[in-house]
Design a protein around this ligand. Structure first.
Ligand code: SAM
Length: 278
């Protein structure tokens, strides 16, 4: 991203109404994977999500809010924190927010944050901890939904294996509904994952349409890595071979498989069944 820090004194709120302002163009440009990769930044939209991220200490680089919410107590609090952490704070027109978010009815608050991944040395489960490993996942809505569901059941984190969709894309972040800020997220190449898996202290349970066990027949009372295949072709043989159990979710109708995020949700609720008793 270009350095526009000369435009206003540090700590000041800048007011922007020009749609051609270079900072605004840079933020809009973060919709492109190439720009997110180069800058290491990403965008999140909505007052609650931005406030959650700041509360969870995600490094905020730019806070953008619409003039009409300038006096909202949450916006004031987030702006104070963002400035204290060296972030840029921009008060903008609704037209500018529409330009950034590419929407007619834009969210009134947008945050630009640094991306954060958990190194594989820190992917260590608690005594009955659950991690979800996703091989080659391609759909951002599925990924966001899985991160949100993993958060909901109290899983510890999600590992992206191989070539996957970017978890920091706008659609994926939106689908997490804020869970991306609460969950650990790690990334490994396929060979790296194969080597690292040897040190995993619990069981690895893969889901497979030709799995031999019913998913309810496994004892999950130990650290579990749930390994899900991708949307198109499922777990390839070399990765299926890394699993202690290959399980199937029974189906009765004519659908040939479940959607990936739905299958992950069914699995996670079974794995965490005893922990989720109300
Ligand atoms: N044609 C793919 C295949 O043969 O695996 C279908 C993939 S399915 C849409 C996406 C993923 O969800 C699968 O790789 C598997 O991990 C999981 N999945 C979907 N339905 C399942 C079921 N009934 N039992 C076990 N896993 C399932």
């Amino acid at each position: 991203m270009a350095d526009h820090s000369d435009i206003a004194a540090p700590g000041a709120v800048r007011t922007i109404t020009s749609l051609t302002n270079p900072t605004i163009k840079d933020i809009r440009g973060l919709a492109l994977p190439k720009n997110r990769k180069e800058s290491g930044l990403f965008v999140t939209e909505g007052m609650k999500l931005v406030a959650d991220a700041v509360e969870e200490n995600w490094p905020i680089k730019i806070l953008v809010y619409g003039a009409k919410v300038a006096d909202h107590p949450v916006v004031k609090r987030v702006a104070t924190t963002a400035r204290a952490r060296g972030g840029d704070v921009l008060e903008v027109s609704e037209a500018v927010l529409s330009k950034i978010t590419r929407r007619d009815n834009p969210q009134m608050v947008v945050g630009v944050f640094e991306q954060k991944l958990t190194p594989k040395s820190e992917v260590r489960p608690g005594p009955a901890g659950v991690w979800v490993a996703l091989e080659g996942i391609k759909d951002p809505g599925n990924l966001g939904t899985i991160i949100r569901t993993a958060d909901a059941v109290g899983a510890e984190g999600v590992i992206l294996v191989g070539d996957t969709v970017d978890p920091f894309g706008v659609e994926a972040v939106r689908a997490t509904m804020g869970s991306i800020f609460h969950m650990k997220l790690a990334r490994m190449a396929v060979d790296e994952f194969k080597a690292w898996r040897k040190g995993w202290p619990g069981i690895v349970v893969g889901t497979h349409l030709s799995g031999k066990s019913d998913y309810r027949a496994v004892d999950y009372d130990r650290p579990v890595m749930l390994f899900m295949g991708n949307e198109q072709s499922g777990l390839p043989d070399d990765l299926a071979a890394l699993c202690d159990h290959l399980v199937k979710i029974p189906q009765a109708g004519r659908a040939d498989s479940l959607n990936l995020a739905i299958a992950t949700g069914v699995m996670l609720y079974e794995i965490r069944r005893d922990k989720l008793k109300l």
